[in-house]
Design a binder for this molecule. Sequence first.
Ligand code: SF4
Ligand code: SF4
Length: 439
Amino acid sequence: MLKTTLDQEADKLLACVHCGLCLPTCPTYHELGNENDSPRGRLYLMRAVAEEKIDISPTYHKHLDLCLGCRACETVCPSGVNFGNLLESARAEMVETQPEKLDWWTRVKNFFVGLVLKQVFTRKWLLNLVWTTLKTFQRSGLVSLLLKSGLFKYLPVLEFALALLNKAESQLPLAKQLLGNNSGEISDNTFELTYQVAQFTGCIMEGLFTETNRATTRVLSTNGCLVEIPSTQACCGALHAHSGFHKTAVMLAKLNIDTFMPIGSKKDFPIIVNAAGCGAMMKDYGRLLANDPDYSQRAKAFSARVKDVSEFLATIDLRKARPLNTKITYDAPCHLYHGQAVRQQPIDLLKKIPGAEFVPLVGAEMCCGSAGIYNLTHPTMARKLLTEKIENIKQTKAEVLVTGNPGCAMHIGAGLQLAGEKTLLLHPVELLDLAYQLA
Ligand code: SF4
Ligand code: SF4
């Protein structure tokens, strides 16, 4: 697996001039100062394994496993090293092809992560059951009660897991209560049907952030889009690919391609995604299936259609919003900023809301530590990065923090709650939805 990717990327890897420009942008190198926990060091290790100079070992795994997959190193690399793809291949090599070379504890962890990702995230009915159970627990008030009780003060990992669960939902209903009554001129509600789009609803977004998905549909519709939402769509496979479960990621990619682009389909209108991690993954289906004769063409065409919702909205004339008198800041999800190079569009979108005062966030492009399931598998590093993020958010004195990825929303939301902060956390389209007063 790694050798195949290495062969495909050989020119880029060999072009690595060891300049070290990627080092200061790497959160794990920044925290630990160890070359083996830097992009350059990890690439060196991957090449050594691919060239059979060293073997896969628990130490090799440790350094690659500690990588957040944030892809900040790609943004600054002058040689265009595709670090994210190489990392996924290296992990698949360890998890799927040569698991016997890892220590027993890592294999146990991988077994349980694989069980959830491969058996639950691939079955809609089972996933819905999990979401319903989590939401029932969350809405029972028991989670808030347990957090307030202080019982978990000395069990920080458990306390953080509870806070994550507590924030695993859209804050749009709360924001509507707190910010929704601003008076101001009423915008024109009429619109012409001008565009056609498909909406990817995702598994975590639809299961836990249902309101964000509904807000996305409303914002698209009110801006003249006919929105198609296919019911047979599946999880995008990002969590699987990042964790080394390559085969399941490929299977899910094929399901989505069959749904949005069945054989013979001439559809070319945008597929709108509101979760940065899903968007980055789906834009990569073309590469993932490049060597599959049955899917390569459709995968390429599919990826070309994928657009983050802020990326799409930046290309059309937006309906005028009502004033929303609040102070906002924006944290860039890594898989939007680094993974998709969608950087300015979400900020421009927020700046179009009259009355909203935008305050830039220091380190907005630095990873918050969420990184898929990284905050559960590497709680210490994840909390270190989160602490810095929360401090920077506090400095802005913003009432609303805007970000476009469910993992970041839960992770930062949990951090804000445990720090006693009342900052609201919304998706860019939720803020727009609120300004349109559609909800
Ligand atoms: S920035 Fe790119 S070329 Fe420079 S050391 Fe990092 S990976 Fe190599
Ligand atoms: S993906 Fe992020 S954590 Fe991993 S090496 Fe690159 S910058 Fe560092």
